[in-house]
Design a protein around this ligand. Structure first.
Ligand code: SF4
Length: 348
């Protein structure tokens, strides 16, 4: 029989799990976990008999790193093996010298089937539990800490494998662990969830939190084209997605990021600029453009996908800026290790 795993338990659940031990023991274990400790033997403020008792009853972690792939640009991709032998990927992005971002997955594979994304070709294998989400962060945290003596992860993006809003209950528990001031206390303002546009999930996030940042992977606001690129659009029409985003913004008072993966010759037309600008009307947004990261063999309606040319990109940016939109461009990171946006899951 598997031992219960502690890494993904919010503090109250951890105290409950440790009963009949007094609740302060739960607090002590929670503190150690927040420091990245993964062996009871290292919990030096617990007596040796207590460490042995806990070790007999529980596991701290359920996943292990199976490969660590560094890119010369500073990005590191981890392949992580879960208790059942399935594998996921998590990425440490090196934005600048002083800023590291942990990109976490929420599912093994993904059910959404976006045509430009490698993960989408895997289909959904299963949801991750909160421990498997939390552990991705700490696997990345320890690499960073080992290399730099202290961890410099300043941001978390929930943009790895999977659609986070299809696994919101477990993600909530994971974020409760990571943001608890009694533990790591990671700032909610520095956490961004990216969704393909699940209306019900956006409403749920608006109503019940957590109060994190939201990004919509829009790609194009041309509804007909989007239905073909991102099948989620068929059951989650953009009009309803926009309404849900508006409610989120009214309630949470946060700027929303509209992400657009740019596919050369497909969604870089003037009509895509116009549709995106119309979609953004009435919302406070920043547009984040992501030139498609190549994945061999991927095509759309019989045409191989390609990156946008420099010219296409420049015209697209200019078009959006003329409409008064703030545009940022995602740096190309981790491409040599297929750790860039849309490439995850290719080597599993
Ligand atoms: S882009 Fe995101 S939602 Fe779409 S298939 Fe890939 S992982 Fe899933």
């Amino acid at each position: 029989m598997h031992k219960a795993v502690l890494s993904g338990l919010p503090l109250d659940d951890l105290k409950e799990a440790l009963k009949p031990l007094p609740s302060y023991r739960g607090q002590q274990v929670f503190h150690w976990l927040a420091r990245g400790v993964r062996s009871f033997a290292d919990m030096t403020n617990l007596s040796l008999p207590l460490r042995a008792e806990l070790d007999a009853r529980f596991s701290l972690y359920s996943s292990v790193i199976s490969a660590q792939l560094p890119d010369p640009d500073g990005t590191v991709k981890l392949q992580i093996t879960l208790y059942d032998g399935t594998r996921i990927e998590a990425v440490l992005l090196a934005d600048r010298e002083y800023r590291r971002t942990a990109c976490l997955s929420t599912q093994v594979g993904c059910p959404m089937g976006c045509v430009f994304c490698k993960t989408g070709t895997l289909g959904l294998i299963r949801n991750l539990d909160s421990a498997e989400i939390v552990e991705q962060f700490f696997h990345l945290y320890l690499i960073e800490k080992t290399e730099k003596k202290e961890s410099n992860i300043s941001n978390i993006v929930i943009m790895g494998m999977g659609e986070p809003l299809k696994n919101l209950p477990e993600l909530r528990r994971a974020l409760a662990v990571l943001t608890d001031p009694e533990g790591l206390g990671f700032s909610k303002r520095r956490i961004t969830l990216s969704t393909s546009g699940i209306v019900e999930g956006i409403r749920d996030l608006t109503d019940k939190g957590p109060d994190i940042r939201l990004a919509l992977s829009l790609t194009t606001a041309d509804a007909g084209l989007r239905e073909r690129l991102m099948p989620v659009t068929v059951t989650n029409p953009l009009t309803q997605v926009k309404e849900a985003l508006r409610s989120y913004q009214q309630r949470r008072k946060r700027r929303i990021t509209l992400e657009a993966v740019l596919l050369g010759g497909i969604n870089t037309r003037k009509t895509d600029v116009d549709a995106l600008a119309t979609f953004a009307e009435g919302l406070e947004v920043v547009v984040n453009l992501i030139p498609w990261n190549p994945v061999p063999g991927m095509s759309f309606e019989g045409r191989p996908l390609r990156e946008p040319s420099r010219g296409e990109l420049a015209i697209f940016i200019e078009g959006l800026e003329k409409k008064g939109l703030t545009v940022t461009r995602r740096l190309r990171k981790g491409r040599s290790i297929t750790g860039a946006c849309g490439q995850l899951g290719g080597n599993l």
